[in-house]
Design a protein around this ligand. Structure first.
Ligand code: HAM
Length: 422
């Protein structure tokens, strides 16, 4: 038998109901904050990610699904959505009428990471991206939007980790001092970090190897190197968060795994997911639009990891699907043919409907209806057809009513709408 590819997963019912609930909640919530949905493709030119995420990041160095397209272009299954949203913003000149634009996207991302619980090679994200606003109040508002989204889903126990990564004016001095310090301890770094030290020392701060973590604990903090305007920005983000009563922790080691960030960087973490503790992450990327050939426009955004969020929601509320409101139990060929027609009309009229065409005994059908959580069953046999009336039975109260066959849909609907009818 051909099996699933390692690192990929099927999301099956009833779990899908949890995903739908999360996605619908996100849509309503984000739209209340002025976001509109964008649906970029999952395939882009590899160069888009190489230039935006950064050549010397784990994602670009070893995690992208890249293959040859036509005419020597390399194509990549997107490892994240931000680069695609920026490309679309530039390509379709979405800034022309008004540079301020807010988009959200929902969909799969692909990273060839080592699979483990909470880490997959295809995973889902909800992204939110804002262009054209450099005010720090927006940074705080986005974090507020994210935390109230989690609250709407009744997910608690989350911490906001906050840092500033400075800007091209102040970051070089930090990088230099970090390189200096790391070089002095290079004998304690892993082979990957020795390479990172050469190409992109900030990435050493991300390394999970215990030896490297020990070295990093002594590293300088970007927060001590912020230039005046980055400091003012960061202070305003913190004070706006306090004003909105959003608790946060300053995390000077939070550098995020992508190179495009400037100033505010944040992650939402939980102690409930084991090693893969980040449920969402994001930050400012004020230079990316221009770097990818667009106008100079500041930007900020975040992505929520839906797989991890669904795990948190399900740990609290196991998925529960409502059973059919009406389960048709036809007895005999004539009843089956009529039922196919009526059950379809009833479903089309907005009632959750199920039919059993197996032809098994009434007892077997009742057992199945019970197992599926049917609220009512509707029994039809030759006698009911002759009488032009069917029996509708409430599975909980066991109450039975006769419903005329003529205008069945209206009659059943009217009965279901009566108070005390489950
Ligand atoms: P990221 O931190 O790489 O950021 O991913 C965001 C979230 O996606 C993570 O916090 C995690 O919940 C989830 N995630 C990442 N990798 C995996 C995986 N292999 N399996 C399951 N879940 C995963 C970004 O992608 C940025 N584009 C976020 C952003 C948007 N920054 C600005 N705008």
């Amino acid at each position: 038998m051909i099996q699933l590819v390692r690192g990929f997963k099927d999301i099956l019912p009833p779990e899908t109901s949890v995903w739908q609930y999360i996605e619908n909640t996100a849509k309503t919530h984000f739209e209340n904050f002025g976001f509109r949905e964008m649906r970029p493709p999952v395939l882009e030119q590899a160069a888009l990610f190489q230039r935006s995420i950064g050549e010397h990041t784990d994602i670009v160095e070893k995690e992208m699904y890249t293959f040859a397209g036509s005419r020597d272009t390399l194509l990549t299954l997107r490892p994240e959505a931000t680069a695609s949203v920026v490309r679309a913003y530039i390509q379709h000149k979405l800034y022309a009428a008004d540079p301020v634009a807010k988009f959200y996207t929902i969909g799969p991302m692909f990273r060839k990471e080592r699979p483990q619980k909470g880490r997959y090679r295809q995973f889902q994200q909800i992204n939110a991206e804002v262009f054209g606003v450099d005010a720090p109040y927006l940074d705080a508002q986005l974090i507020f939007m994210l935390m109230t989204f989690f609250a709407r889903l009744s997910v608690s126990g989350l911490q906001v980790h906050l840092n500033s990564l400075g800007c091209p004016q102040c970051r070089p001095a930090f990088k230099e001092s970090l390189s200096h310090m790391l070089s002095a301890q290079s004998d304690k770094l892993c082979a990957d970090c020795l390479r990172r030290l050469e190409k992109n020392p900030l990435r050493v701060l991300d390394c999970k190897v215990p030896g490297c973590r020990k070295v990093v604990a002594e590293a300088p903090s970007m927060l001590d190197y912020l230039c005046r305007s980055c400091q003012v920005h960061f202070d305003a983000v913190k004070s706006a968060l306090e004003g909105m009563a959003v608790p946060y922790e300053i995390d000077p080691w939070l550098v995020r795994g992508l190179d495009y960030y400037t100033r505010t960087a944040f992650e939402i973490q939980t102690a409930e997911l084991g090693a893969q503790n980040a449920v969402a992450g994001g930050g400012r990327y004020d230079n990316l639009v221009e770097m990818l050939g667009g106008p100079s426009q500041p930007a900020i955004g975040f992505a929520v990891g839906l797989d991890r969020l669904a795990d948190l929601v399900m740990a609290k509320f196991p998925p529960a699907e409502p059973g059919p409101e009406v389960f048709f139990l036809p007895m005999g060929e004539a009843a089956m043919e009529m039922t196919a027609h009526w059950a379809s009309l009833l479903a089309d009229a907005g009632v959750r409907t199920e039919v059993d065409f197996s032809g098994r005994s009434l007892k077997a059908l009742m057992r199945r209806a019970d197992r599926m959580g049917a609220q009512n069953v509707l029994m039809i046999g030759d006698q009911e057809i002759a009488d032009r009336a069917v029996v509708l039975r409430n599975m909980k109260t066991r109450d039975q009513v006769q419903v005329p066959l003529d205008a069945l849909v209206e009659n059943v609907k009217a009965h279901l709408e009566k108070p005390n009818v489950a």
